[in-house]
Design a protein. Structure first.
Length: 181
């Protein structure tokens, strides 16, 4: 899989094309997004649990246990709030944010030119949110009759995990790197 990044200045961009050009080569149809509406929203997500200091991991575990006990005492039918699924690492397509390491141990992604740690610029995932939690779902999409349509709006399927494009914060023209999870 290859990703091509093209940097340009916003003042150089003209009118939106009515017909979007198709890529010249696509290895597989599920790598090309289908037309869909884009509704960007700014969110706050937190770092992968395994990369937090040990004392903070312990405090989160205690908090989750207390929340679970409270929910059980109040006989709540909802899913209890969990750090990993509800507060950290938003699923779906996102610009910036943190990387999930749920399938492997965390690893650094460093620039091959200058050695600087490269954060994710873009993350792509085949689903936008998990209906079992709904914590990352837009309010207007929290309807079971819409789930299958809104959970996978792009139709992109890159395997069982995430594709991340990392860029060098020191120099945007240093080669980007890909990571999969």
């Amino acid at each position: 899989m290859d990703v091509v990044l093209k940097w340009r200045r916003s003042q150089d961009i003209g009118a939106v094309l009515s017909e979007q050009p198709e890529p010249l080569v696509v290895g597989s149809p599920e790598c090309v997004p289908r037309p869909c509406d884009l509704h960007p929203e700014q969110i706050v997500e937190h770092e992968y649990l395994g990369l937090l200091p040990e004392d903070l991991q312990e405090a989160i575990a205690t908090w989750e246990e207390e929340r679970l006990e409270e929910d059980e005492q109040e006989a709540k039918a909802d899913f209890p709030t969990e750090y990993s699924s509800d507060l950290s690492l938003a699923p779906g397509w996102k610009v910036g944010g943190f990387a999930t390491w749920h399938l492997t141990d965390p690893r650094t992604v460093d620039c091959t030119v200058c050695g600087t740690s490269m954060p994710p610029l873009l993350t792509a995932h085949h689903v936008e949110w998990d209906p079992a939690s709904e914590s990352w779902a837009p309010l207007e999409d929290r309807r079971p009759d819409l789930y299958r349509h809104v959970i996978t709006p792009t139709g992109v399927y890159l395997g069982r995990g995430y594709l991340r494009v990392h860029t060098c914060p020191t120099d945007a023209f240093h080669p980007h790197r890909l990571s999969f999870q």
